[in-house]
Design a binder for this molecule. Structure first.
Ligand SMILES: Nc1ncnc2c1ncn2[C@@H]1O[C@H](COP(=O)(O)OP(=O)(O)OP(=O)(O)O)[C@@H](O)[C@H]1O
Length: 385
């Protein structure tokens, strides 16, 4: 896989994960630092190859992330003879078909259903991993489902929780879910990924946002980029306008379900579509190395309209993976979005740089400067220090 050295989180987490007797782990490290490989190596190391029953279970918040993790497990395990890896995600064509894999990666609702219907045999599962664990434990629906899944598993269980963010209110639940864990955590100020250059556009209202977005894309040729919006209808509207403007875009939101989503994300992964317009469903975990830019068309907010710094961090973390550089641009257009951006800056102790909306030469120069340094193959120093 061309991994020359372990990243800091891999170097720290692996000895803790592999130690016997198995201990639980709560592991935090910045986006794109290789958490997947850390928990994957532990699973590959611990499964009994002579036993074909499911022995390790990974839960992830979206079907796209579950499929991506399945791919990593298969790739890292490709020299293990006849290793069986399976997904447990919504798929009407697999109704009633047994999920057979020594390692199973799924979304919590489907996994719960399958265990209950005995479509997934959970009796020999000895490792449970929650990827994006704070999200999995926090959200009312998924938190409940994860707890139920855990209750359906054997008591002797190594529980592994990974995420880039663990807000203080979630750490409490995490400690209950994974008792007596080894802890690898970071301070809030340590979460910023240096390679991601963060900018913002100050727009005059909603319609001006579209105009600036279209002008920006008319100007820049970006390898691949993701545009995050709050609502599904905004996603559809931006898709319509950008396509009318001649751009090849893909759009994915929770409005679509099941395997039809796979076609869309695969089109983006392969580069057939260069722009992906999406909602928070894809804010976390998705690893597409060609993504050099993330746009927060709407600033991420939590239910009461307050800024959601964690989601901001996960969204912009879709670029600048593993020491690469990337650009993140947020759009503010009124008092409340302005305030949200201020709150995010204060939360992480960062300062975003403004991009002018009336001087496109300056915009081009600033953005291209970052992206060019990416082509020069920036060092992975940050990863290793
Ligand atoms: N030791 C390594 N050397 C080089 N590349 C690596 C190494 N470990 C992981 N990678 C690559 O780094 C990228 C990011 O890894 P991964 O998706 O696991 O990040 P993550 O920490 O889970 O991020 P996020 O918090 O955004 O989910 C992947 O493309 C992966 O293949």
């Amino acid at each position: 896989m061309n991994f020359r050295r372990p990243s800091k989180i891999q170097e720290r987490a692996l000895p803790l994960l592999l130690h016997n007797p198995p201990a639980n782990l709560i592991g935090q490290s910045q986006s794109g630092t290789g958490k997947t490989a850390a928990f994957t190596l532990n699973m590959l190391h611990r499964i009994d190859r002579t036993d074909l029953s499911p022995q390790a279970l990974v839960l992830a918040p979206s079907r796209e992330l579950a499929r991506q993790i399945e791919g990593v497990v298969k790739q890292m395990g490709r020299f293990i003879d006849e290793l069986r890896v399976a997904t447990a995600i919504p798929d009407p064509s697999k109704r009633g078909v047994k999920t057979e894999g020594q390692i199973v990666v799924g979304t919590p609702g489907t996994v719960m259903d399958q265990i209950r219907r005995r479509q997934l045999d959970a009796r020999k599962i000895k490792i449970l991993v929650l990827d994006e664990a704070d999200n999995m434990l926090d959200q009312q629906g998924m938190g409940d489902q994860c707890k139920r899944v855990k209750n359906l598993l054997p008591k002797e269980l190594q529980v592994v929780l990974f995420s880039a963010t663990f807000p203080t209110e979630v750490i409490h639940y995490a400690n209950i879910f994974a008792p007596k864990s080894n802890l690898l955590t970071l301070k809030q100020e340590e979460l910023n990924v240096e390679g991601i250059k963060q900018f913002y556009f100050d727009c005059n209202g909603d319609e001006d946002k579209y105009r600036i977005l279209l002008q920006f894309y008319g100007l820049m040729t970006i390898a691949s980029s993701i545009i995050f919006v709050k609502r599904r209808d905004t996603a559809a509207e931006i898709q319509r306008r950008m396509e009318a403007d001649g751009h090849q875009v893909a759009q994915l939101s929770g409005a679509l379900e099941g395997p039809e989503r796979d076609v869309i994300i695969d089109k983006f992964r392969s580069g057939a579509a260069k722009v992906l317009i999406t909602t928070n469903v894809l804010a976390r975990g998705i690893d597409v190395q060609s993504v050099t830019m993330v746009i927060n068309y709407d600033i991420p907010e939590s239910k009461g309209g307050r800024a959601d710094p964690e989601t901001y961090l996960h969204r912009i973390g879709r670029t600048g993976r593993f020491g690469r550089v990337g650009v993140a641009i947020s759009f503010v257009h009124d008092r409340s979005s302005w305030q949200q951006l201020q709150d995010i800056q204060a939360h992480f102790g960062i300062v975003l740089v403004t991009l002018p909306t009336d001087d496109w030469d300056v915009v081009e120069e600033k953005v291209k400067r970052v992206i060019k340094s990416s082509r020069a193959g920036k060092s992975t120093k940050e990863m290793m220090d």
